[in-house]
Design a protein around this ligand. Structure first.
Ligand SMILES: Cc1ncc(COP(=O)(O)O)c(C=O)c1O
Length: 406
């Protein structure tokens, strides 16, 4: 074999558990097995939760109207305005969002890369919840930064452990991340907790809060509140987009919106804008699709939410009847972060996921993929599939637990 050209350690160490488990699943599918896939947070991967027609028509119309050129680097002005209206008029927690502080990206995922590139110098820290959505661990290191996890309490609905968070704050922390509602735990942060977080962050003058609110309206008790609405002094960057609440993750449109109440982010804004201009723009026609979602009637969302609530209830009651599992009931998003309670699986959540895949053809994600320290002994399922499929999946999970116990 020819001598291999070296890969950087930066790239070779990247892991994304949610898609990494797909590799063995694909191999099984290639052998002709049918896999129940509960691994990926994509509503379109399951029947019954389609992207609404009026959004698709707007996207199509943009294509036919030749809106196929580059758009302005920060997003089409109509969309920036619609996003700012949406942030201002949120049922809970509207805040004075200016369209000029809204930047449309190729999904929240691109926004994160741009934010980390702008904020982090070598040695800087990002405080992220443990467990967390994996890019919060993977990306900061690309820029020499380091992610430190603060503990979410597995026995108290995955609420933030404030003692742990306080102990980990320091001058190197440039970004404090909230994921609300949380992936993978489904926890929704209360207003009182947000107030406490903002107060804590205000004691550290280098600290900006990232508030990832991509599941904001997938909130089963209607109590989600935006972080920006609570902060009168700490800068907050709100992240959201078309992927989850508007059921169109493949369009790859998201945004960051800056709330800078005491004007600390002028240099950061300049850096963000330079990076945004250098990567040209987000998809132009897809922005028109999202615009229709934001501007048109959104009564359809209630039906979708009711479906998710039902599936949440179904999963929790199934889990409660299975020996060897327990779960804190999610209050938002569409994930269950399930604990493996038996000694047999202690520190073996990845083994469990692989065993379940190979023996029962159900694909889930190991909890340690969301945090080695705080996610182990758990696995994540999405509750987007129909009740029938969920029941079948949990029957197979129950079977596996019984077989391995005996
Ligand atoms: C917390 C969180 N943020 C961001 C994303 C990805 O967002 P986008 O599709 O806009 O890149 C996900 C996807 O699962 C997520 O769970």
């Amino acid at each position: 074999m020819a001598k291999q050209i070296p890969v950087t350690s930066r790239a070779s160490q990247i892991e994304y558990a949610i898609r990494d488990v797909v590799v063995p699943a694909n191999a099984l599918e290639a052998e002709g097995h049918e896999i129940i896939k509960l691994n990926i947070g994509d509503p379109l991967a399951y029947p019954g939760l389609p992207t609404p027609d009026h959004m698709i028509s707007a996207y199509q119309k943009a294509l036919l109207d030749q809106k196929n050129g580059y758009s302005p680097a920060y997003g089409i002005p109509e969309l920036r305005k619609a996003i700012s209206n949406n942030e201002q008029n949120k049922l809970n927690g509207g805040w004075s969002c200016d369209p000029n502080d809204v930047y449309v990206c190729h999904g929240v995922t691109e926004a994160l890369q741009i934010i980390f590139a702008t904020f982090l110098d070598p040695g800087d820290e990002v405080l992220a919840p443990g467990p967390h959505y994996p890019p919060y661990m993977a990306y900061p290191q690309l820029f020499g930064g380091k992610t430190v996890e603060y503990r979410l309490d597995p026995d108290n609905n995955w609420k933030i452990d404030f003692d742990d968070l306080k102990a980990k704050m320091n001058d190197k922390v440039k970004l404090l991340v909230l994921i609300n509602p949380n992936n993978p735990t489904g926890n929704v942060i209360t207003q009182q907790e947000i107030e406490e977080i903002v107060e804590l962050a205000s004691r550290w003058e280098n600290c900006t809060i990232i508030s990832d609110e991509i599941y904001d309206r997938l909130n089963f008790n209607g109590n989600h509140i935006s972080t920006a609405s609570v902060s009168s002094n700490v800068p907050v960057i709100t992240l959201n987009g078309v992927s989850k609440v508007y059921y169109a993750p493949g369009w790859r449109i998201g945004y960051m919106a800056l709330h800078d109440p005491i004007n600390k982010l002028s240099n950061i804004k300049d850096g963000l804008e330079r990076l945004l201009r250098s990567r040209l723009c987000a998809s132009t026609p897809a922005q028109y699709g999202y615009l229709a979602g934001l501007n048109d009637d959104d009564a359809w969302m209630n039906d979708y939410l009711s479906t998710l609530k039902e599936r949440n209830d179904v999963c929790v009651s199934l889990i409660n009847d299975i020996e060897g599992l327990s779960v804190e009931k999610p209050q938002g998003a569409f994930y269950m972060f399930i604990k493996l309670t038996e000694n047999h699986w202690n520190n073996r959540d990845k083994d469990f996921v692989l065993d379940l895949l190979h023996s029962k053809h159900v694909l889930t994600v190991h909890g340690s993929g969301f945090s080695n320290q705080y996610g182990k002994n758990h696995f994540r399922v999405v509750f987007l599939p129909s009740e029938k499929i969920l029941i079948e999946a949990f029957n197979r999970i129950d079977d596996l637990l019984n077989e391995r116990r005996n």
